[in-house]
Write a protein that binds this ligand. Structure first.
Ligand code: MN
Ligand code: MN
Length: 295
């Protein structure tokens, strides 16, 4: 584990996230938001670990802007901005929910409080199920519901979901946190009248490489090499090809790679009763006495 890279990626991610939190995004398109935040990461000498996610309202996660996406932020939107920074493949994964409608303040605060309470109990050896328990308890006491089928995760070099899950509810079959691993904790919260479960939607605009097996089509193999060189196994989106390929061509090559099963597509995740969802997220490394929150 390269602690230095985790720490430096985390500093950049935290700084960018706090600027995101302060800014009023009303009237901006999701395309403008994604491009601006991604350029803020690159400007600081790091790379994006994944496309900036701008998931609105009942979309809990996995939406990023399409090329020139005109979806525009309204005063009433609940906007989850999830951003990733990587240095040599070591990732900082963090998220903030912004909203200008006071109706949702308590929902946003529930996600933040759950994350803070989780962070305050972390040290080496703590059980993931106990983190889930404190997250769930915090959220329910505030009168909301956790999303039960979304969770935090261990991280590894060039790997966002490295095998271990940190649940947002108490759950059996748990493991204990280790000191030489980075993890992300990310409570998702919805209203009492939500189901507290996400389902997959139709839209898919985030992708990742699953195999480097050649397709024997020279153009799509060129895209395959481009993906490996630029993103490794980390997620990417169509916008990131447009300096090299024309949009229609890029879309066609990407679809071919998906059909050949060398690239997979991630569907957006929607609250099952279409209720608004808030999220907060930090990346951390447990220590003997407490925790290093990198973000
Ligand atoms: Mn995230
Ligand atoms: Mn995450």
């Amino acid at each position: 584990m390269q602690v230095e890279d985790y720490i430096n990626a985390g500093k950049i991610a935290a700084e960018v996230r706090e600027n995101v939190r302060k800014k009023n995004w009303v009237g901006k398109t999701v395309f403008e938001i994604c491009e601006e935040i991604e350029s803020e990461i690159i400007k600081r000498g790091a790379k994006c670990a994944f496309p900036v996610n701008t998931s609105l309202n009942e979309v809990a996660a996995h939406y990023t802007a399409e090329p020139d996406d005109q979806k525009t932020i309204l005063e009433t939107d609940l906007v989850k901005i999830d951003l990733g920074v990587q240095i040599n493949g070591y990732i900082a994964d963090t998220a903030v929910t912004v909203c200008y409608d006071p109706r949702y303040d308590s929902l946003v605060n529930a996600a933040e409080d759950a994350l803070q309470n989780a962070m305050s109990m972390i040290k080496i050896g703590v059980k993931a199920s106990d983190i889930g328990r404190i997250i769930e308890k915090t959220i329910r006491q505030l009168g909301f519901k956790p999303i039960v089928n979304l969770s935090g995760h261990s991280l590894d070099q060039y790997t966002i979901h490295a095998g271990k899950s940190i649940p947002n509810i108490w759950s059996i079959g748990s493991f204990s946190l280790s000191g030489n691993t980075a993890y992300a904790c990310e409570p998702f919260v919805t209203l009492e009248k939500g189901l507290g479960i996400v389902r997959e939607g139709k839209i898919k605009n985030i992708f990742s490489l699953v195999s480097r097996k050649k397709t024997k089509n020279s153009e799509s193999d060129e895209m395959l090499d481009f993906i490996w060189e630029n993103f490794n196994q980390l997620p990417f989106t169509l916008r990131w090809f447009l300096k090299k390929w024309e949009e229609r061509k890029a879309r066609e090559l990407l679809e071919f790679l998906i059909k050949k099963k060398v690239v997979k597509a991630y569907p957006v995740l929607l609250e099952a009763r279409a209720q608004p969802v808030a999220q907060a997220e930090h990346t951390f490394i447990p220590t003997d006495t407490d925790v290093t929150i990198t973000t």
